[in-house]
Design a protein. Structure first.
Length: 202
């Protein structure tokens, strides 16, 4: 058993007989006469649907132990993403609905941790931030005096994000998986935009 006060994103719990993953959890202190509460956003590990839940301070919940196995991503279709165990070569389909925002950032050959509950795959552990190559965006530009102007871009996996004006096609960028937010140019990436800007300033 686990106190609801200790819920953290990524944990798996059983609620009303169904298994859930904790997507978000935030504890709010109560007033003098009221106990605190934990507000949580949960994803059903069987259906992929999400729901909000409020736990009383100190309320006990059943934590589920998930089995984890590193597996290599092979390909995906409309319904599932397919992973292979590199030791046994067994292939496992994971329902797209279980992947959340991470489904947009699957890259062939990437090794990720697949989670199992009672022998059934229920999710994949993605890093908080991934790297991807920009395939389409407007040419790099210098927006003097207005650093808040961002432009749309398409990544190699088809995901659409917004990037700063100095990013050019072919560059690798770091992106936050859950929000799809641009973080920075990947370290070691070709600084095409910076060189182009420097040449214009000469």
């Amino acid at each position: 058993m686990l106190s609801a006060n200790d819920l953290r994103p990524g944990m798996a719990i059983r609620l009303e007989g169904a298994p859930f993953r904790v997507v978000e959890a935030e504890y709010h202190h109560g007033g003098a006469k009221m106990g605190g509460v934990t507000h949580a956003r949960l994803r059903n590990l069987e259906t992929g649907t999400q729901r909000e839940w409020r736990f009383r301070a100190g309320e006990l919940v059943v934590e589920l132990a998930l089995d984890r196995e590193p597996m290599q991503f092979l390909y995906r279709d409309e319904n599932a993403a397919y992973f292979m165990n590199p030791r046994t070569f067994d292939q496992v389909p994971v329902d797209i609905g279980m992947l959340g925002k991470g489904a947009d950032y699957l890259t062939e050959g990437t090794v990720l941790t697949v989670e199992f509950l009672d022998g059934r795959p229920v999710g994949v552990v993605f890093p908080d931030i991934v790297e991807a190559t920009v395939t389409e965006t407007a040419p790099p530009a210098h927006t003097q005096g207005n650093d808040n102007v961002w432009k749309p871009a398409v990544l190699e996996n088809g995901a659409r994000i917004r990037v700063p004006p100095f990013i050019a096609p072919g560059e690798r960028v770091r992106v936050e998986v859950e929000t799809g937010r641009y973080v920075e140019r990947a370290h070691g990436a070709q600084a095409h935009g910076e060189r182009a800007h420097a040449e214009r300033e000469r």
